[in-house]
Design a protein around this ligand. Structure first.
Ligand SMILES: [Zn+2]
Length: 246
C-alpha cells in the first residue's frame, strides 16, 4: 500500500499527501512502525494536490529518522490507522485526478544492480576463457568471497608456482621438465614424481579428479600436505629442476 524505498522504479498514483505531515509525525513521536507513522500522517493530511518532489522529501524525512521500527500490521482487522491508509490508497488508485509520480531508483539498488551485472559478466568471461582452467575446475563460480588459501595451495591449484611447466613460460627454466624427465606440473609432483615420493597423495581415477581437487582445497590434512610439498620443492629446487638428477 505504501512504498518507502522502491525497487525497481515504479510509478505511484496518489491524490493525497504532504511531506510536512509525515515529517511532523516522525519528529514529534516515536512511531511503533513505519506503516503506523505514515498512516498517522495520512490522517492528518489534507486533500490538496501533492507538491512536486513531495515523494522525495518524504523519503528523505524517513531516511533521516533513526527511530523507525519496521513492523507488520495485520490487514483488515479494524486497526484504525491502517484501515484509513488502505482506504486512501484505494482512493488514489481509482481517482481520475491522481498525479503520477515516478520514484527514482535509490543508490543502494543501483549499486546492487551494478554488482549483479558485473558478477554475471565476470562469470561469463570466467567460464569461457582459455586460461585458468585448472582453477576453474575448483572455483566454478566467481564471487567476492576470499577463500583464504595458504599461498602454497594457491600456487598448487593455479599452477603459478615453482613448477618447471610454469617457469618455462617465462624463460625461468630451460624447459618444462622436472629433473626426472617428466613434465613438471603440480600434479606430477604430488602424484608421480619419484623425487617427491614421500610427499605423494593418492591420485584418483579420471572421473573423480575434479572432486579430488576440490577436496584438496577443503580438507586441512590435504592442505598441509600440499604446503609441505611446495616447501620441499622450493628448498630442493636445485635437485628437482635440473635437467638430469644424479
Ligand atoms: Zn619428476
Amino acid at each position: 500500500m505504501v512504498g518507502l524505498l522502491v525497487h525497481p522504479p515504479v510509478t505511484v498514483r496518489t491524490s493525497f499527501g504532504r511531506e510536512r505531515a509525515v515529517a511532523r509525525c516522525l519528529a514529534t513521536k516515536t512511531p511503533a512502525s513505519v506503516l503506523e507513522a505514515i498512516a498517522t500522517a495520512v490522517i492528518q493530511m489534507t486533500r490538496r494536490p501533492m507538491q512536486p518532489n513531495s515523494h522525495r522529501s518524504i523519503q528523505d524525512s524517513l531516511l533521516s529518522t533513526h527511530n523507525i521500527k519496521l513492523g507488520w500490521i495485520r490487514a483488515h482487522v479494524g486497526q484504525q490507522r491502517n484501515e484509513r491508509a488502505d482506504e486512501l490508497a484505494k482512493d488514489a488508485i481509482l481517482s481520475t485526478n491522481a498525479t503520477e509520480v515516478t520514484i527514482p531508483l535509490p543508490k543502494s539498488s543501483a549499486k546492487r544492480d551494478l554488482k549483479q551485472r558485473s558478477l554475471i559478466k565476470w562469470q561469463y568471461m570466467w567460464d569461457g576463457h582459455k586460461y585458468g582452467r585448472s582453477t576453474h575446475k575448483v572455483i566454478t563460480k566467481v564471487g567476492l568471497r576470499s577463500h583464504n588459501w595458504p599461498s602454497e595451495l594457491t600456487q598448487f591449484i593455479t599452477g603459478h608456482g615453482p613448477f618447471p611447466f610454469y617457469l618455462y613460460l617465462f624463460g625461468k627454466h630451460p624447459d618444462d621438465n622436472c629433473a626426472c624427465g617428466k613434465v613438471g606440473t603440480p600434479i606430477h609432483y604430488v602424484t608421480k614424481c619419484r623425487l617427491t615420493l614421500p610427499l605423494h597423495l593418492k591420485f584418483p581415477a579420471v572421473q573423480h579428479r575434479e572432486a579430488w581437487m576440490i577436496s584438496v582445497t577443503s580438507r586441512r590434512q590435504l592442505i598441509n600436505k600440499i604446503v609441505q610439498l611446495l616447501d620441499y620443492i622450493i628448498i630442493n629446487e636445485d635437485q628437482l629442476k635440473s635437467d638430469h638428477p644424479d
